[in-house]
Design a binder for this molecule. Sequence first.
Ligand code: MGD
Ligand code: MGD
Ligand code: MO
Length: 761
Amino acid sequence: MAGKPPASDPVQDAPTIGEPQHAAAGLPALAHTMRAAQQQMGIRRTALTLLRVNQKTGFDCPGCAWPEDDKRHTAEFCENGAKAVAEEATLRRVTPDFFAAHPVTDLASRSGYWLGQQGRLTHPMYLAEGADHYTPVTWQQAFDIIGEELTALDSPDEAVFYTSGRTSNEAAFLYQLFAREFGTNNLPDCSNMCHESSGSALTETIGIGKGSVLLEDLHKADLIIVAGQNPGTNHPRMLPALEKAKANGAKIISINPLPEAGLERFKNPQTPRGLAGGGTALTDLFLQVRLGGDQALFRTLNRLILETEGALDEDFIRQHTHGFEEFATQARAGDDWTETLRATGLTRQEIERALTMILASRRTIVCWAMGLTQHKHAVPTIREVVNFLLLRGNIGRPGAGVCPVRGHSNVQGDRTMGIFERPTPAFLDALEKEFGFAPPRKHGLDVVRAIRALRDGQAKVFFAMGGNFVSATPDTEVTEAAMRRAHLTVHVSTKLNRSHTITGARALILPTLGRTERDLQASGEQFVTVEDSMGMVHASRGRLTPADPHLLSETAIVTRLARRVLGPDSPTPWEEFEKDYATIRDRISRVVPGFEDFNAKVAHPGGFALPHAPRDSRSFPTATGKANFTAAPVEYPTAPEGRLLLQTLRSHDQYNTTIYGLDDRYRGIKNGRRVVLVNPDDAHRLGFADGTYADLVSEWTDGSERRAPGFRVVHYPTARGCAAAYYPETNVLIPLDHTADVSNTPAAKSVVVRLEPAQRD
Ligand SMILES: Nc1nc2c(c(=O)[nH]1)N[C@H]1C(S)=C(S)[C@@H](COP(=O)(O)OP(=O)(O)OC[C@H]3O[C@@H](n4cnc5c(=O)[nH]c(N)nc54)[C@H](O)[C@@H]3O)O[C@H]1N2
Ligand SMILES: Nc1nc2c(c(=O)[nH]1)N[C@H]1C(S)=C(S)[C@@H](COP(=O)(O)OP(=O)(O)OC[C@H]3O[C@@H](n4cnc5c(=O)[nH]c(N)nc54)[C@H](O)[C@@H]3O)O[C@H]1N2
Ligand SMILES: [Mo]
């Protein structure tokens, strides 16, 4: 039997603290996997489901976007992938009876953890204006309500269509097509909060906003630098790739304010040695950088490379790059060690050790995630990483390149399919040619701008294809007030979350199929496709019986919505698309470059690689036609005396805003999420003993303050001057306007806070 959801809420948040661990996975991970899965799914379903994860004939894991190795194991999943699957394949249900028993005001007082633990949504539910209960409606009624509100708008730009990154290529392609046929480019997505900084920096410098390595490149690298990423928790299937690289002789440098267990040592549960033995040591050099010190670090490394005789790949620089002289002049001028040491918190010896390893490597890869993208100066930081790789010709040859490690399992594919508020003219031209309508050309709203538009009454309908918008976005109070101003909020969701409880005047919840479930349409059983972090596209087939017979697939929801809203005048064969997803892929093959013969190519087990000009042929589709060096001033965040720089990050027991449990095993934290990790020296200086409680108060240059109350202070070996606490609890601290330059991504990894003794009752 599957266990019951937690009865009490607020769930007792009473953290207990043990020792942080120094290795990831191994037997304990396997035990946690099975326990988590069986609580939600029972024993039989656990076995049936977990064996199909990431198999060539199975479904794509809804966990992360890490690619699959071509030689699959029987169990091609990790602890956290299993948790993601169990969340979806749970036997618990949220039925109309549940909504009858729980008014929205009650649901809004519950924790995100409690909401998520209630189970899968089963019926379309409607919250009428002024009502306090969601009541069941038919699908047709739901589409009529949305149709009424959308057609009543003064302009299509008063509607916002958000996407989280789990949506399949097919559904995403139709969703953007619908939004554009309706007349708007307001297509913000989770990427705006995630790897937008990577996309911005890479498009400008190498001409394509995606990583340039394949999995086999990791296996061939001499040196892998992992900066601002915690793969042990967030991309556990990356660890076997790092292990293989090490076995082939690679060295690993990790750059992180926190010593993360998964980067220290990996005990591979697929091997006897990993299960029972000591596992593999991964990191050869740990650079405990201060938050936001990465640009300064890479700039200094670049200067040192420039100063080393014979270190440059001069042929590559001459043939393939632009802007070298300007960059080199600027980098050489910045020979101020004091500044570098202040920005990075590192010693000169540490940086010189890194340099030795870098110079010894002929093939270098830099991997990164949110630790680099969520800063005010994230875009210049990532550009500096590109400078670093260009200097030694580390782009466009085996075993070398840029590797932004994506989050949501199809976030990269959604963008490829046109989920973007700033589509290229070429994409819109192709859409126009294929579908015979004139798509809007004006840029739409990204996440932060959409919140402002809702706040200011300029956007009136908010539609979300997945995700948990109010919890994932910054400035919780401002965002929630903005949502409440909407005329209508609609969420296509698998599970209940806070966004369903903070609504516009009217609200709808549209329940949908997950990855694990069979998708049956008029022409038979359908599969969908996804693109992983390395540009590999492959099929995903769910096999479980849907959580409820009322569910529609995301694809079906979009086609029916489009028919209702656009009416018979739409030139698009929406009905055909719903019957047979292969007809959608035919259209994609004519609109999106790299998808020619899509249906044929995706029939190949394991899928196909999308073209990537820099990787494939060292050609760079940038404005200059070359890979661009960029010269930007070095920036880094600082905190005034008595303050700390706070990063907001993930625990081991969560998937973004979905909380699986209250433990963060690798960091030694149990049974609580309201913790703040502070370096013991800082804590002593500020007068906070381990185990005392503090309010986190963020301070902004406009004089405003924001407070997150009641965090247990944990003395933890993070970099000096820095602190860490979990998101989404800390999103209240981050103002809407605190974003990265260029990419406009909320700067969730550098928040200036002071600690105040908490008023505990
Ligand atoms: N189980 C699980 N898997 C997930 C997710 C999840 O929530 N749970 N989320 C998915 C998503 S959408 C994403 S985007 C990814 C996120 O994957 P990560 O980016 O690994 O996630 P975060 O927890 O935000 O961790 C950021 C890491 O960067 C470090 N860091 C923070 N600031 C800095 C800095 O200034 N410099 C450096 N060098 N390091 C820094 C932190 O200490 C931490 O190790 O994971 C995906 N996979
Ligand atoms: N402070 C701070 N804020 C952050 C971050 C941070 O590091 N710090 N990270 C940012 C990042 S990287 C990201 S990507 C965003 C995440 O932002 P989102 O993607 O908006 O949030 P999630 O928590 O992943 O969304 C979870 C919800 O998705 C729904 N869901 C799950 N599977 C499916 C499905 O198959 N179909 C549909 N339709 N719905 C489904 C469920 O209802 C679930 O409640 O948060 C960002 N916010
Ligand atoms: Mo993300």
